[in-house]
Design a binder for this molecule. Sequence first.
Ligand code: 13P
Ligand code: SF4
Length: 365
Amino acid sequence: DEDQLHARITAAKEALGERVMVLGHFYQRDEIVTHADFLGDSFQLARAALGREEAEYIVFCGVHFMAETADVLSRDDQAVILPNLAAGCSMADMADVAGVEDCWAQLTRVLAEEGGSLDTPDETGKVPVMPITYMNCSAALKAFVGRHGGIVCTSSNAAVVLERAFEKAHRVLFFPDQHLGRNTARAMGIGLERMPLWSPGKPLGGNGNTVASLEDSAVILWHGFCSVHKRFTVDQISAARAEHPDVRVIVHPECPMEVVDAADESGSTDHIRRAIESAPAGSTFAIGTEITMVSRLAAEHPEHTIFCLDPVVCPCSTMYRIHPAYLAWVLESLVAGEVVNRITVPEAEAADARLALDRMLEAVP
Ligand code: 13P
Ligand code: SF4
């Protein structure tokens, strides 16, 4: 039962001591979070993977792309372990290397027709297109981005990364999350008419967008989305405001544009946490992000009223797959000298992915 699992995890962690570091994302279950040595958003977790020199094992309680990133950034002699290998991310799965390479080939063709070349800077010193990927993607895609001079971003630094990209490129190809791309670009003053949506197999300029040529575009958006954050609506925000006139509405930037527009602010999971922690007692918050995190914040802050915008609560089903039984199993295996569920990114791929991650870390130290 739950108490037994808690005791087993505690004992295994004690036995391993400094040799193990348990990282946890904010969306993890409470029974996992209590065992995390470090809890954070995806940017903080990537940095944490760089941090602990003495750890031989990094047990990553999050989803697959996060564990891959930790493997890319950590030393070769540190093993990254994902307690349940079925903990993926449906958004990350919406972009694969073949699809992005097909898009890149098509952009190359369009550019050639317009008299340019994708990888060659023009007289202004800028390249025509730079690929930018959201952290939520496979290491293979981060490697693609690294090879093509691009940068990784997370929800906490997408604006800084896009600014950096536009210093060196006329436009960007942003994947996999169309909403983060659109919300970030709009906040920079880029008009929707300059953000064509790309879907695999369909020509650029399709999907009802109005961009006739690459020339008019600034951010080419991949079609991906998060099925958890897609559920939030403007109607939910209106209902929250009707019931609580002084409510502060904060949503994650993976939410659709009209939801971000109707909210008071948007930001990463850590932004949401800090906003709540720094508010005067008695504040009311309606939050548009994953329910496990919102419920925990509500329990931790009885001085505030905190609720999730979505009344039909929706957890991230893959984050939820990190059950304490898996955590107990991987830790006890380590105690017994066996490394299970290790995530290993092949070295050539890791080297290219590191280029794209290092450019992010350099832009946002
Ligand atoms: P954060 O970087 O804000 O933690 O977001 C990660 C994620 O997967 C949100 O759905
Ligand atoms: Fe992926 Fe959405 Fe879950 Fe985040 S909340 S891990 S983007 S499916």
